[in-house]
Design a protein around this ligand. Sequence first.
Ligand SMILES: O=P(O)(O)OC[C@H]1O[C@H](OP(=O)(O)OP(=O)(O)O)[C@H](O)[C@@H]1O
Ligand SMILES: Nc1ncnc2[nH]cnc12
Length: 170
Amino acid sequence: MDFKDKIRVIEDFPQPGVQFKDITTLLKDGKAFKAAIDELANRLEGKEIDLIVGPEARGFVVGTPLAYALGIGFVPVRKTGKLPGKVVEADYSLEYGKDKLAIHTDAIEPGQKVLIVDDLLATGGTINATLNLVRQLQAEVVGTAFVMELTYLKGREKIQDVDVISLLQY
Ligand SMILES: O=P(O)(O)OC[C@H]1O[C@H](OP(=O)(O)OP(=O)(O)O)[C@H](O)[C@@H]1O
Ligand SMILES: Nc1ncnc2[nH]cnc12
């Protein structure tokens, strides 16, 4: 399936100069949504993974069905102030802003093998902050997986030592 056909592109959102890649049009198409999750699961076949970690909010939408498909657990990384337990935090900036991300300190055991999942890799700010959090918990990052990658923003360069899977590239 050509997943690019299912993504709506909106100019100048949320600010002038940003070309927003809207995944909602893929998500509402049940066949395309299933095919995207199945394709990610296929690409991960043979990889040892204990847990998927996904950043709020679109990382949940891709990460939780993928965790379900692989029969493994899911750990949310949330914007600051949302998690009720003890957390570690990391600042980050992305294509159109900055924020702080947090993870529960007891969400991952040291040495567990973690795959980080999000809908989209742009500047790499979000994924890099998520990597930082997972590493603070002494987990082993076995890779990252995305539906989309904006290659012109060179996010891969921020996470050079980590495997990147993306289903479609701009
Ligand atoms: O590579 P980056 O430049 O960091 O950009 C990618 C991030 O931006 C979007 O999330 P956003 O922060 O807009 O939040 P949302 O998922 O809550 O919409 C997207 O879902 C990624 O998480
Ligand atoms: N151009 C973009 N489209 C959709 N989500 C994004 N997150 C960061 N940059 C984005």
